[in-house]
Design a protein around this ligand. Structure first.
Ligand code: MG
Length: 206
């Protein structure tokens, strides 16, 4: 019999998460595009590569991986008509008052703080990019959970960039301060040497 307590290795969970997203037609780039749009107003130097890196990084978090696996599983089961009534109908029709899809996705962003929470709220309301394309009511297939999960990943990656940008700006400012402090010290030392030398010169020869 299989040992129920046996832990699943993180690598397996990460691989399953990436495969599930791929299977459901969501690429890292699709999510990174949303991140780019969300963070560009605050970060003029932002690049798509940086957004992609941020999405890849948040996808390594267990909170997000677990939420994605649960949500996608339910979407797929609903698509195959395998849920029991009345859940089957509720998930399949993306019932507006269901709310569990948003709750699972929102629960996964908390590690990334308040910026992630507010960004998630924004994306939930103004479905942009692939989130809009995934809308179950608009397109084919059941994506009741997936649209919220994509918003969750994008919001987390956007928040990560916001915090990292501040860290970078502060580190740069600290470096500038160190450089200017050092040059100030060097200047003072140079002045002291010149003064000392002229004092030596001025000393009366005995
Ligand atoms: Mg939904």
């Amino acid at each position: 019999m299989e040992d129920k307590r046996k832990l699943v290795h993180s690598r397996i969970v990460e691989k399953a998460t990436n495969e599930a997203l791929q299977r459901r037609g969501v690429t890292i780039e699709d999510i990174a595009e949303i991140v780019f749009e969300m963070q560009l107003p605050y970060n003029a130097d932002l690049s798509m590569d940086y957004c992609i890196e941020s999405v890849e990084s948040v996808l390594k978090k267990r909170e997000l991986q677990h939420a994605i696996l649960v949500g996608i599983e339910l979407d797929e089961l609903a698509e195959q008509g395998k849920l029991s009534a009345p859940l089957q109908q509720i998930v399949q029709s993306d019932e507006g008052l269901f709310g569990v899809d948003e709750t699972i996705a929102l629960g996964a962003v908390y590690t990334y703080g308040s910026i992630a929470v507010t960004t998630f709220g924004h994306l939930d309301k103004n479905k942009i990019g692939i989130i809009n394309e995934l809308d179950t009511k608009k397109g084919r297939g059941t994506h009741t959970f997936l649209d919220d999960l994509v918003a969750s990943v994008a919001a987390s990656a956007a928040s990560r960039i916001a915090h990292k940008s501040r860290d970078l700006a502060e580190a740069e400012a600290d470096n500038q301060q160190i450089i200017s402090d050092e040059s100030e010290i060097a200047k003072k030392e140079a002045e002291k040497i010149i003064t000392d030398e002229s004092e030596i010169k001025d000393e009366p020869k005995s």
